[in-house]
Design a protein around this ligand. Structure first.
Ligand code: SAM
Ligand code: F3S
Length: 458
């Protein structure tokens, strides 16, 4: 199984693997040995789609030697491109959209029995219920999708097209699912939604994210609770209060601004201004002084001028993000910008220069924010052995430009050093010499980089 894209995609891939396991398949971990190759795709930027097609080309060569291999394209690109994928890549057997992950094993069975292709793009699947997760691998840290889709119409974004309108998973079902996962060994849960702060608006009775955090935060045995991603226009004061009121809720808020220019924010249809966004930054810090803030920013949106970009630089300085995802604008078919015929008029070299300037600035901001932890003791949840020489790589998936989250270089891990996450979700490396996976421990921070903290076990 190969996954491109965001954390929601990673979770969807887990669901697909769970569905395959229900059908009696085991995960080989490598396409070369697999009878079924699943590719979970991303459409947010053009580059992610290009990478998916280039992987499919490699899968086709494998299939030439072993014609029985089933190739399935899942997720956002499948939803968006549909039948077109069969035309561009005739060796593909299954094209299955964003609400089909729990049925993958049935679709594979159909292909094998009937020797015919399957196109499955319906959006009628439930928001993925706990009942369908019987064989999901349980680790110490797990994600739970609490909603699917998005009701916003940000002009640059293809997600409402690929994932449909917002649908929240019933409140009791989320709590039950979390209880099951904690009962099987999870100590950290991250609730996921494209626009999670509007959770529950169509449920009857109406529910809120704050209520959900209170309920999940009360589960015995759970140690840490997180949620991503919030839309600034939907953030409510009760959510800020939850950081004080729910002890297990970790002080981390990812709420993308996208731009610092009011003109561009209007053109993006984000529903807030620079000043309103910074008021939220201040309110979050007032409610929870130790909170770590993270953002997403797009540079080179149509018509963005040097002055507009200056405002974005200013916003990053002022927000003092601990980390930010920075993207160059990619014009996407089926977005409002496409329908409005908004020309992608910022030259690629200008986009790239702005992207690098913002990355440099954010690196300085992150360095300053992270250096505040040096000399302090932080509580860390151990995750896995550290990547070898992390300084030479992009140290955190959240620290730099990312197009689709994939990194083609093989990862080697250092068995003497262990990495985990601080309450603010900052990567923390300690020299441990032992396995700290799933354990909570204190680390005294001795040094920092813009991407991570380094320390010793207390
Ligand atoms: N729901 C989130 C929010 O409230 O902003 C964002 C979801 S989107 C999958 C993740 C990020 O991809 C966005 O925050 C945005 O920065 C980036 N993105 C989306 N469409 C893009 C495009 N057309 N070009 C470049 N970046 C894009
Ligand atoms: Fe996309 Fe905006 Fe929704 S970025 S996921 S349309 S909040």
């Amino acid at each position: 199984m190969l996954t491109f894209g965001c954390q929601m995609n990673e979770l969807d891939s887990e669901l697909a693997l769970a569905s395959m396991a229900e059908g009696g398949f085991a995960n080989t971990g490598s396409a070369a040995d697999a009878d079924v190759i699943l590719v979970n795709t991303c459409s947010v930027r053009d580059k992610a789609e290009q990478k998916a097609y280039s992987f499919l080309g490699r899968a086709a060569r494998l299939k030439k030697h072993r014609p029985g291999v089933v190739i399935a394209v899942l997720g956002c690109m499948a939803q968006k491109e549909g039948e077109l994928i069969f035309k561009r890549a005739p060796y593909v057997d299954i094209v299955a959209g964003t609400r089909q992950f729990t049925r993958i094993n049935e679709l594979v069975r159909r292909v094998r029995e009937n020797k015919e292709r399957v196109l499955s793009l319906g959006r009628d699947d439930e928001v993925v219920s706990a009942k369908r997760l019987r064989v999901r691998d349980v680790r110490h840290s797990l994600q739970v999708a609490v909603m699917r889709g998005c009701d916003h119409h940000c002009t640059f974004c293809v997600v409402p097209n690929t994932r449909g309108v917002e649908a929240s998973k019933p409140f009791e079902e989320v709590v039950k699912e979390c209880e099951i996962l904690v009962g099987s060994g999870a100590v950290e849960i991250t609730l996921l939604g494209q626009n999670i702060d509007s959770y529950g608006k169509r449920l009857n009775p109406r529910r809120s994210l704050a209520e959900l955090l209170h309920a999940v935060g009360a589960i015995q045995g759970l140690q840490r609770l997180r949620f991503i991603t919030s839309h600034p226009a939907d953030l409510k004061p009760e959510l800020f209060r939850a950081f004080r009121e729910v002890p297990k809720l970790m002080p981390y808020l990812h709420f993308p601004a996208q731009s610092g220019s009011d003109r561009i924010l209007r053109a993006m249809r984000r529903g807030y201004t620079y000043d309103e966004y910074l008021k939220l930054v201040d309110a979050a810090r007032e409610a929870c002084p130790e909170i770590g803030l993270a953002g997403d920013t797009i540079v080179g949106f149509p018509t963005e001028s040097d002055q507009d970009f200056e405002r974005t630089l200013e916003l990053h300085r002022r927000a003092e993000y601990q980390n930010a995802f920075i993207f160059t604008y990619s014009h996407r078919e089926f977005t409002p910008a496409d329908k409005m015929d908004l020309k992608d008029d910022v030259p690629e070299d200008v986009k790239l220069a702005r992207c690098n300037a913002l990355l440099d600035l954010q690196r300085d901001v992150s360095e300053k924010v992270l250096s505040k932890y040096v000399g302090r003791v932080v509580k860390v949840l151990g995750d896995r052995p550290s990547k070898r020489s992390p300084a030479s790589r992009v140290a955190s998936p959240e620290s730099s430009v990312s197009d689709d989250g994939s990194d083609p270089r093989p990862v080697t891990r250092d068995t003497r050093r262990f990495e985990g996450r601080s309450p603010q979700n900052i990567l923390v490396h300690v020299d441990s010499g032992r396995d700290l996976k799933g354990k909570l421990y204190d680390a005294r921070i001795t040094r920092s980089s813009p991407f991570a903290l380094y320390g010793e076990l207390v």
